[in-house]
Design a protein around this ligand. Structure first.
Ligand SMILES: NC(=O)C1=CN([C@@H]2O[C@H](COP(=O)(O)OP(=O)(O)OC[C@H]3O[C@@H](n4cnc5c(N)ncnc54)[C@H](OP(=O)(O)O)[C@@H]3O)[C@@H](O)[C@H]2O)C=CC1
Ligand SMILES: O=C(O)CCC(=O)C(=O)O
Length: 478
């Protein structure tokens, strides 16, 4: 059976379809998913444009009720949807369920935000005139999402877009269409009017490009690689469309001599290897002071050795497979690059065989590395981390900030002085003290600086900046 796209309120087949393969068991085909062509994308955008006037000015209670219904169904089905997610993406079942719950909480949050929208009124510099600032929706928004969070990232783009009165056309990554398709079914069932929400699965080079270049798409929100992000930004700039990009990271976790060793090791293990390291917030650089270095490396390698790498759905599995052959090749290639650069592979990096054929890779840790090495400057996006030894806090901060990226930055220390200084001086959008660099709350801003992000923040109330435009009204009451 082929799962269909949702266009103009109807489920439609595409000219083509693609199989969704389970990375934990490549013999397991989850299903086939339609691939839209350019004409179908144009149809979805036209339907969204036609639906926008009524949706953006319609009763906000109806909007809030629909988003709450979406949240309720996601939460009620968290086990089943979490299992589907784990099956198509390869993160473990508990991680999959956790991600589904995050998606439900996001819809719940934005159901509330619908009725909390407000403007601002201030005094005019000209006597007798009222000045007010209000926010209005952008119009049709195009959402392009990656494979590593197949329900949470769509949720944190769709929920605010709809809450603030926009119409949505979403394109999920081809590798993981099932979770977004299930979410689209839920949104459709919640009674969102025809054209307000469309799902167009298919290739980035066809569906994604058409959305980016479409004159009726007012704004594009994208999460994915730096190269694709830059290409999308250029396309949007050429037609002056609003754009928001969330891209890579090379996130440092600083471990000072006074850190609690167990906390630091747990932060590193979680941040670097959970979700198979396939998180833009992953702690890929472990910047460790010399006094704690050896005990930290010993304790971390012991925990890595004990980590159960297996089928995402196997009981007790703690780390699932890499998403596909091409990402696995990229990971293995960087392991070779690291060796070639003179780094010491302290542990891991071997391919693993499990009961089912999948892309299983041992977590890998490099030591004796230097921050200038490619393995410390380029995003690998797999279970590969490096230790960079430093003499003191000042050097640790310099190394942490010496990267083209700036998404998340962490420090493990017992010192309030260093923690406070790090919070102020880390060049990143998110800073963590005695916590992993990955794993964030759903109701506060998410995003980074430098090469990690472009445009305004996602999530929480800050999402309004992207999904609305400000209008300043002047009135002379007569
Ligand atoms: N920051 C993050 O969260 C993520 C970062 N990455 C990084 O990117 C690398 C490659 O992953 P990959 O999945 O190829 O990332 P991409 O940036 O290629 O994909 C992200 C999304 O963009 C779409 N897309 C691809 N090309 C275009 C285009 N020309 N115009 C519009 N949309 C497009 C993709 O579609 P489709 O896939 O269907 O072709 C997908 O939906 C990873 O190894 C990792 O380093 C990847 C995922 C998430
Ligand atoms: O760390 C998280 O919880 C979110 C990470 C993320 O959004 C990403 O990798 O794209």
């Amino acid at each position: 059976m082929v799962q269909k796209n949702l266009i103009a309120g109807a489920w439609v087949e595409g000219p083509d379809a693609v199989k969704n393969i389970n990375p934990s068991d490549t013999d397991d085909v989850i299903d086939s998913y339609a691939r839209a062509d350019q004409a179908q994308v144009n149809e979805a955008v036209a339907a969204a444009k036609a639906a926008f006037p009524a949706w953006s000015t319609g009763p906000i209670q109806a909007r809030a009720t629909m988003l709450a219904a979406v949240a309720a169904e996601i939460m009620a089905r968290k086990e089943e949807l979490g299992e589907l997610l784990a099956r198509e993406e390869g993160k473990t079942r508990p991680e999959g369920i956790g991600e589904v719950m995050r998606a439900g909480q996001i819809f719940e949050f934005f159901a509330g935000e619908v009725v909390r929208q407000s403007g601002e009124k201030i005094a005019s510099v000209r006597p007798g005139i009222d000045v007010e600032m209000t926010r209005e929706p952008m119009g049709v928004v195009g959402l392009i999402t990656p494979w590593n969070f197949p329900i949470a990232i769509p949720a944190w783009k769709i929920a605010p877009a709809l809450a603030y009165g926009n119409c949505v056309v979403i394109k999920p990554a081809e590798l993981v269409p099932a979770s977004t398709h299930a979410l689209a079914e839920i949104i459709h069932r919640a009674g969102v009017p025809e054209g307000v929400f469309s799902l167009v699965m298919g290739k980035g080079s066809v569906v994604g490009e058409t959305l980016v270049n479409h004159p009726d798409v007012a704004a594009i929100s994208f999460t994915g690689s730096v190269d694709t992000g830059k290409r999308i930004a250029a396309g949007c700039a050429a037609r002056l469309a609003k754009v928001q990009l969330e891209m890579g990271g090379k996130n440092p976790l600083v471990v000072l001599d006074d850190a609690d060793l167990d906390t630091a090791v747990d932060c590193a293990l979680n941040g670097a290897f959970f979700s198979t390291g396939q998180r833009c917030t992953a702690s890929s650089r472990l910047v460790v002071q010399k006094g704690i270095h050896d005990s930290f490396v010993d304790a971390l390698t012991q925990k890595m050795q004990a980590l159960k790498v297996d089928n995402a759905l196997a009981e007790g599995s703690q780390m699932g497979p890499v998403i596909d052959q091409s990402q696995l090749d990229q990971d293995l290639n960087y392991i070779e690059i690291g060796r070639g650069e003179g780094a010491r592979l302290a542990w891991g990096g071997e391919l693993l065989n499990r009961a089912t054929p999948g892309f299983y890779l041992q977590p890998a840790l490099f030591t004796e590395t230097d921050n200038k090495m490619r393995i410390n400057q380029e995003e690998i996006f797999g279970p590969v981390a490096s230790v960079i030894a430093v003499d003191d806090y000042d050097q640790a901060l310099d190394v942490a900030n010496d990267t083209p990226f700036g998404l998340s930055s962490g420090i493990c220390t017992g010192s309030l002085k260093y923690a406070s200084h790090f919070k102020r001086n880390a060049q990143a959008g998110m800073v963590m003290v005695n916590l992993p660099t990955a794993g964030v709350d759903y109701h506060v801003p998410f995003g980074g600086r430098k090469g990690s992000s472009y445009g305004s923040r996602e999530q929480g109330r800050y999402a309004a900046e992207f999904y609305t435009t400000v209008k300043t009204g002047y009135t002379l009451p007569l």
